[in-house]
Design a protein around this ligand. Structure first.
Ligand SMILES: *Cc1c(COP(=O)(O)O)cnc(C)c1O
Length: 338
């Protein structure tokens, strides 16, 4: 898989580490059913606090710089990690940034509306526009881009989560990185597990594995945003588009997406008991931070399935830590105590 023809902005520091969860594994003991757990640290990165959106932004902003853009606009929920990392990366690259944020989670307390990512959006210098939950944020972003272009600015608009086919290439590249690291570690990961929000992380990984001749169903996501049917259709569509961008002679298989909807709880951004347990367990046994909206729910799903005996003894599973730590401060009430 050759992605060198796509321009990339340097927002990452080379391969992110993979390591085994030894203390968590000792703690779980027999509940593990002999499975070996590993994490890939996509939550660490050199810009904006790190997180999975940096890999997508490398391609999105690489293209924007090639087009000599001076302004980027993106959209997201009030506590969007993608919006934070877009603002930080824009600051790093000397671009102006505007964010259209929707109140899609039913919360109006100050932790949610003013702390966590909301604090950082403005700290990184972005101009923030707040919209009601049901607003067509991308429509507003496009309208704003048109206005700014009328004033002579050169504007790029990125979709929610940066999950355009170009953005998804960031995770196709990550699939190649995982394959190389697995070879060095002499590990064959039975599953690569990720949260699914805007579907780009899963779609990019699945497209990348497929383009390298691997089974794309080795990637498993837990949806935390769309209901499972919708999430699967969106992930499949993005994987197809991403494969088409990598190599137009390839076609992504109709059954290439493995997705689980059982750990989303009542809806996007609404805490679950499984999320709380997963966040605490990882913090207390490994000193690692999951987030309340994405990785906490996905890791809860992984723990549930491992405990239920879904994997044979000896299987090695790789959980991709996607970041989102600022979200913990917006969910103080759900995380504190216990
Ligand atoms: C955006 C995000 C995800 C989900 O990635 P998608 O590509 O949108 O599916 C997972 N974890 C964190 C912390 C995120 O910010």
């Amino acid at each position: 898989m050759d992605l060198t023809r796509f321009p990339r902005a340097a927002l990452t520091d080379g391969p992110t580490p993979i390591r085994s969860l030894d203390r968590l594994s000792t703690h779980l003991g027999g509940e593990l059913n002999g499975v070996r757990l590993f994490v890939k640290r996509d939550d660490v990165g050199p810009v904006g606090g790190g997180g999975n959106k940096l890999r997508k932004l490398e391609f999105l902003l690489g293209q924007a710089l090639a087009e000599r853009a001076d302004t980027v606009i993106t959209v997201g929920a009030l506590q969007s990690n993608h919006a934070r990392l877009t603002a930080a990366a824009a600051a790093r690259l000397g671009l102006a940034c505007e964010l259209f944020l929707t109140r899609s989670v039913p919360r109006d307390d100050s932790d949610y509306t003013g702390n966590g990512n909301r604090l950082l959006h403005e700290l990184f210098g972005a101009r923030v526009h707040l919209l009601p939950g049901e607003a067509d944020s991308l429509g507003y972003a496009e309208a704003r881009a048109k206005t700014l272009r009328g004033e002579g600015r050169r504007v790029c608009v990125f979709p929610s989560g940066g999950s355009s086919p170009l953005g998804c290439l960031g995770y196709a590249a990550c699939a190649a990185e995982i394959a190389e690291q697995a070879a060095v570690l002499s590990l064959d990961f039975a599953r690569v597990v990720v949260p699914n929000g805007s579907a780009g992380t899963h779609a990019g990984l699945a497209a990348g594995f497929w383009a390298m001749g691997h089974d794309p169903r080795r990637v498993l996501s837990y949806t935390v945003l769309a209901p499972p049917d919708e999430a699967e259709a969106a992930t499949l569509a993005r994987a197809r588009d991403t494969v088409a961008l990598i190599d137009p002679t390839l076609a992504f298989p109709d059954d290439g997406i493995a997705l689980d909807g059982a750990h989303r709880g009542p809806g996007y951004g609404i805490p679950t008991e499984g999320m709380r347990e997963a966040v605490r367990l990882m913090a207390r046994t490994e000193g690692l931070l999951l987030d309340p909206v994405y990785s906490g729910k996905a890791f809860a799903g992984l723990l549930h399935d491992v405990r239920a005996g879904a994997y044979p003894a000896g299987a090695a599973l790789l959980f991709v830590m996607t970041g989102g730590v600022p979200g913990l401060f917006a969910y103080r009430g759900a995380i504190a105590g216990g």
